[in-house]
Write a protein that binds this ligand. Structure first.
Ligand code: BG6
Length: 478
């Protein structure tokens, strides 16, 4: 579809940016915070790029006022951040730690005072280590009640101040790394355990959405999903079937369960045959159906192209965490699908396909299938940046990426998609979980590297000034 005129961005469109607690806060043991699984995991030898960790991160915990002042200067109308569960409940449950609550209250108040709508993510992977040790975290049903207890504490405290809430961030990406690739804690490689942990996360997600209705009746809540739309490598029927398999197993498995309250049929049938299906107990489907979201948060970075995979074919592989282009191997599930490079698309140094049209396709597929409003809760380009004389960072490649993806949002809105806002990843540079500090995403450069926290100086990149103009014109000057 080539529209003659694009629908303008609506008044009240949320012009945001995003972050996550572990990736920015630092202050890993301040004010009564307990350890998360990431605090422990990043200190194990060989788990992250050059042993990088979030002990200090970009020290947002101590520089919050300065960071919010920069957001205000840039003109943001929304800011997506996550709350660290072990800051609120150091051992996962029990009495809330007031100092942890108070930090987020100060942040939320500062945002509101700056005219910025807070978008609060309840869970961005930093599970209290105590719950991992006590019962294996997401592998045990006890996680559902503990997660609800934690979320309800936040609902009660912030219901009057926060309208937009994200339940789970990228359950799909996090659990794939945690239980298939073994690259996120608890570093397991077992598909049966993967589907079990996911089933509990679905139940926890629906349970807190049901609780949200009671505590935050005027708010909106939904999960953020890492949506990489599947493409077929060719029109050969075997590739088309691989593409259907991939879309169902890597996307609809999560999204259908969130939005319809049931698993997609072909994938479930396959897993029941292989013995990997989750144990769906009586009452589980009712729980899923009582906690459907108000919107879907879309984290979009790239599309993935799939081809046929024989029964003795490629298995899951480690991802590129070095920025050495061209080092990502083909990865898949034998008998279902495997990835293959898309010759039509350029890639970043981390081999992520750059595909703005893929974002338009993503938004349309989700809007048509689920008939829900959408919010882009992440989108961005992780690249090496160069700090030049006079504190300049000329990240024109990032501007090009974001501009093209905002155009895709506008095209999707012209196609009828209801889009609440756009929160690119990330506001400042952050710790990339496995890729250290050298894979930068921010509008604001942070002067630090993997091993040296330096002075943590904040430096406005060229993209900062570009986005400022975009926001000031409500998207008319892209
Ligand atoms: C998403 C996460 O996977 O993408 C973020 O929600 C993450 O936390 C971002 O940083 C970019 O991924 P990466 O691996 O490049 O840091």
């Amino acid at each position: 579809m080539h529209h003659a005129r694009l629908t303008p961005f609506p008044q009240g469109f949320l012009w945001g940016a995003a972050s996550a607690a572990y990736q920015v806060e630092g202050a890993h043991d301040a004010d009564g915070k307990g350890p998360s699984v990431w605090d422990v995991f990043t200190h194990l030898p060989g788990k992250t790029f050059q042993g990088s960790n979030g002990d200090v991160a970009v020290d947002h915990y101590h520089r919050m006022e300065e960071d919010v002042a920069l957001m205000k200067e840039m003109g943001l109308t929304a800011y997506r951040f996550s709350v660290s569960w072990p800051r609120i409940f150091p051992t996962g449950r029990g009495e809330a730690n007031e100092a942890g609550m108070a930090f987020y209250e100060r942040l939320i108040d500062a945002l509101i005072a700056a005219g910025i709508e807070p978008v609060l993510t309840l869970y961005h992977w930093d599970l209290p280590q105590a719950l991992q040790e006590e019962y294996g975290g997401w592998e045990d049903r006890r996680i559902i009640a503990d997660f609800e207890h934690y979320c309800v504490a936040l609902f009660q405290r912030f219901a009057g101040k926060v309208k937009y809430w994200v339940s789970l961030n990228e359950q799909n990406y996090n659990t794939t790394n945690a239980y298939q690739l073994g690259t996120h804690p608890p570093a397991v490689q077992d598909r049966k355990r993967f589907f079990t942990a996911n089933h509990h996360a679905f139940l926890a997600n629906a349970t807190v959405i049901a609780a949200f209705r009671k505590h935050v009746p005027n708010g909106l809540i939904g999960p953020s999903f890492a949506y990489s739309p599947a493409y077929p490598a060719s029109s050969a029927p075997a590739d088309m079937l691989a593409f259907e398999n991939a879309e169902e197993f890597t996307n609809w498995w999560w999204l259908d369960t969130y939005c319809f309250g049931r698993y997609p049929q072909a994938a479930l049938a396959w897993l029941q045959k292989t013995g990997e299906a989750p144990d769906i107990q009586p009452g589980d489907v009712a729980i899923l159906q009582a906690g459907l979201p108000d919107f879907v948060g879309v984290n979009y970075y790239y599309t993935t192209t799939f081809t046929d995979n024989p029964r003795d074919g490629a298995t899951m592989q480690r991802i590129n965490t070095t920025g050495q282009k061209g080092t990502t191997p083909s990865s898949g599930v034998p008998g279902l699908y495997r990835t293959t490079p898309n010759p039509h698309l350029p890639t970043s140094n981390w081999d992520w396909a750059i595909d703005p049209t893929g974002l338009r396709i993503a938004l349309r597929r989700l809007a048509s299938r689920y008939d829900l409003p959408l919010m882009v809760t992440e989108n961005g380009l992780g690249e090496f940046d160069k700090l030049e004389a006079g504190d300049k960072v000329h990240d024109d490649y990032r501007i090009d990426y974001l501009r093209a993806h905002l155009q895709a949002c506008q095209e999707a809105m012209s196609d009828g998609v209801q889009l609440l806002g756009y929160c690119p990843w990330s506001f400042t540079d952050i710790l990339s979980w496995l890729n250290g500090y050298q894979k930068r995403y921010g509008f604001v450069y942070i002067n630090r590297d993997e091993t040296d926290a330096k002075d943590l100086r904040r430096i406005r990149k060229d993209s900062f000034f570009w986005y400022q103009t975009v926001i000031a014109s409500n998207g008319q000057k892209l």
